[in-house]
Design a protein around this ligand. Structure first.
Ligand SMILES: [Zn+2]
Length: 253
């Protein structure tokens, strides 16, 4: 069920604390100032009046991206996804009190973003809701792999990986399997493209069906040893052998 912040139904559990309630009240005030409302086949959009005008091409690109992702992973999207687009990071902080460029809330089927075209966050919504709750490595990996049209910041994922291996900034997969380290210990500019490249490698090597099985079983914040066990059982290969293949494949290209 799409959640419409303009006509909210009470969902108290999300606004337990007074701070959150205050943010909510502020947000409602903001929304009263006429956001631009748009609806397409799979999306409900709320755009801050300050954001630049959204083009037909962008609306179509978002639909096309969803259609292609759903087709590839055999997903039937049932509910429209609500997208709130704000002007920039500062605006995001002011209106929603989030310090981010993008935030996906799969449980509420909604996205908050500084962009108007936001395939990365949409992949988070679809994959979490239809493929299972993953760890950071697979969750960010799939969103990077299928959520940026041109690799990562203008460079292909393979090129990023070559750079990491060459400069010895590559992070061992075992480390990235640890949800307690992924976002805290390492630089996003390495973890994200590396995860994307790894997901691409897994899909090329084992196919979508196996990847989906792994994705649905991997779980969030499991002990690393358990996660490695799931990897090795589903893919029928030792993680260290898999990682060797991954690096060899990258250095060959
Ligand atoms: Zn993400």
């Amino acid at each position: 069920m799409a959640y419409d912040i303009l006509n909210p139904r009470p969902r108290r559990k999300h606004f337990k604390t007074s701070t959150k309630k205050r943010v909510w009240m502020k947000t409602r005030e903001e929304f009263k100032k006429k956001w631009i409302y748009l609806e397409t086949k799979n999306f409900i959009r709320h755009l801050r009046p300050l954001t630049r005008k959204i083009t037909k091409d962008e609306l179509n690109a978002q639909e096309k991206h969803l259609k292609e992702f759903c087709k590839l992973f055999n997903i039937k999207n049932k509910d429209k996804i609500t997208i709130y687009s704000v002007k920039d990071r500062e605006d995001m902080k002011r209106v929603f009190n989030y310090e981010t460029n993008g935030r996906a809330e799969p449980q509420n089927n909604r996205v908050f973003t500084v962009y108007v075209y936001c395939p990365h966050e949409v992949v988070h919504i679809l994959s979490d809701n239809y493929l299972g709750e993953p760890n950071n490595l697979l969750g960010e990996g799939i969103a990077v792999c299928f959520g940026w049209d041109d690799g990562w910041h203008g460079k292909s994922l393979e090129d990023w990986m070559k750079k990491f291996v060459k400069e010895k900034t590559y992070i061992p997969i075992k480390e990235l399997l640890d949800d307690n380290k992924f976002k805290r210990k390492f630089d996003d500019n390495i973890t994200y493209p590396e995860s994307g490249a790894f997901v691409r490698f897994l899909i090329d090597r084992f196919g979508i069906k196996k990847f989906k099985e792994l994705y649905s079983k991997i779980g969030w914040k499991r002990p690393v040893k358990e996660t490695i066990g799931i990897f090795e059982k589903v893919l029928n290969i030792k993680l260290k052998d898999l990682e060797k293949e991954f690096i060899i494949k990258l250095s060959k290209n």
